[in-house]
Structures are given as structure tokens and as C-alpha cells.
Design a protein around this ligand. Structure first.
Ligand code: HEC
Length: 172
């Protein structure tokens, strides 16, 4: 009995020691990670483009005015970066009917959701095509029943027409 007790005590001591060492190592790793993170993480957060952009907007001058008789060239320089932003949203308008279909129309017409005539389903489209293309264009642009105007997009008429043409071409 006595020898069992000593070996139990020995095991317990050894186990506690190993546990203690592991905890010490874990704490060391944690502290090291925090130390490294204090440098790199901080820099990463500071240089985040979104944060920098917001910051620049917040500290930008409230307004800019041209002053007669002064050099106002800085105004045009400040106005210039706004142009690509406008161009960016224009670039979001698809240039082909297929791209337009994939970007928006396929959400409903891909699987035929909510009674939408399924793309490529000849039977579903036959009666609709029989109305004539102008009616299809009009319904696609202005919406009809569960079909939202322009499919919910803000595209120009021409882009919506291209998307209609593409869906019609699938069942020809
Ligand atoms: C939110 C779902 C939804 C989206 C997105 C959507 N449609 Fe539709 N569409 C429908 C439904 C539903 C119908 C059937 C409406 C009905 O006849 O009751 C329909 C019908 C149509 C028709 C047939 C209209 C007619 O006269 O019979 C055309 C053409 C059409 N959609 C074009 C488009 C185009 C082009 C896009 C993308 C720009 C688009 N749809 C995006 C739901 C959608």
C-alpha cells in the first residue's frame, strides 16, 4: 500500500510540473504574440485603405472656392479624382446581354423563380415572344406583375434590351 501511495505522489508531482511548464510556455507565447502584434497589427489597421479614405474625407476642407485673381488650379486637381468614381459606376453597367443576364436577370430567370419564364425554356417563352419584342422590352424596362422594372437594376434601356435579346436568343 505504502509503495502505491509514493508512486501516486510521484506521478502527481511530475504531472504538476509538466502542467506548470506547459502553462508557462503558453503565457510566454501569448506575451510574445502581443508584443509582435502591437507593432504589426497597429500598422496594418492604420494603413487600411478604407480607414485612410474615411479619415481623408473627415479632414477634407468643408468647401473649396475659386477666388478671382488667384491661382485656382488646385481646384481642378481636387475635382479630378472624382471623375474615376463616376466612371466606376458606369463600368458596372454590363456591355453584353449575356453579362447583364448573368449579373441580374439570372437571379430569377435562371431557375424560373416566382413564375419568371426560365431562360432557355422554349414553352415558357413562346407566348411571351409572340407578344412582339417591343412589348417584351417595355415589360422588362417598366416591369410587369412580379417582374421588377429593369430587373431591379439602374441600367439604361439599351442594356435591359440587350439582356432581353440574350434571353430570347436562348430559346430560338
Ligand atoms: C426578381 C425577379 C426577377 C428579376 C431579377 C428579373 N425578372 Fe424578368 N420576370 C420576372 C417574373 C416573375 C416575370 C413574369 C411576370 C409575369 O408575367 O407575371 C418576368 C418576366 C420577364 C419578361 C417577360 C415579360 C412579358 O411581357 O411576358 C421579360 C422580357 C423579362 N422578365 C426580362 C428580364 C430582364 C431583361 C431582366 C434583367 C435585367 C429580368 N427580367 C430580371 C422576374 C424577374
Amino acid at each position: 500500500m505504502a509503495s502505491t501511495e509514493t508512486s501516486d505522489t510521484q506521478f502527481f508531482n511530475l504531472f504538476s510540473l509538466v502542467l506548470g511548464i506547459l502553462i508557462a510556455v503558453a503565457i510566454m507565447l501569448f506575451v510574445t504574440a502581443r508584443l509582435i502584434g502591437a507593432h504589426t497589427q497597429g500598422e496594418y489597421v492604420e494603413s487600411d485603405p478604407l480607414r485612410v479614405h474615411t479619415l481623408e474625407q473627415n479632414i477634407a476642407p468643408f468647401s473649396r472656392e475659386a477666388v478671382a485673381g488667384q491661382d485656382n488650379s488646385a481646384l481642378t486637381a481636387a475635382a479630378a479624382p472624382a471623375a474615376p468614381a463616376g466612371g466606376g459606376s458606369a463600368a458596372a453597367v454590363p456591355t453584353t446581354g449575356q453579362a447583364a443576364f448573368q449579373a441580374v436577370c439570372s437571379a430569377c430567370h435562371g431557375a424560373g423563380i416566382n413564375g419568371a419564364p426560365k431562360a432557355g425554356d422554349k414553352a415558357a417563352w413562346a407566348a411571351r415572344i409572340a407578344q412582339g419584342k417591343d412589348v417584351l422590352y417595355q415589360h422588362a424596362i417598366n416591369g410587369i406583375r412580379a417582374m421588377p422594372a429593369r430587373g431591379g437594376s439602374t441600367w439604361p434601356d439599351a442594356t435591359v434590351r440587350m439582356a432581353v435579346d440574350y434571353m430570347v436568343s436562348l430559346v430560338k
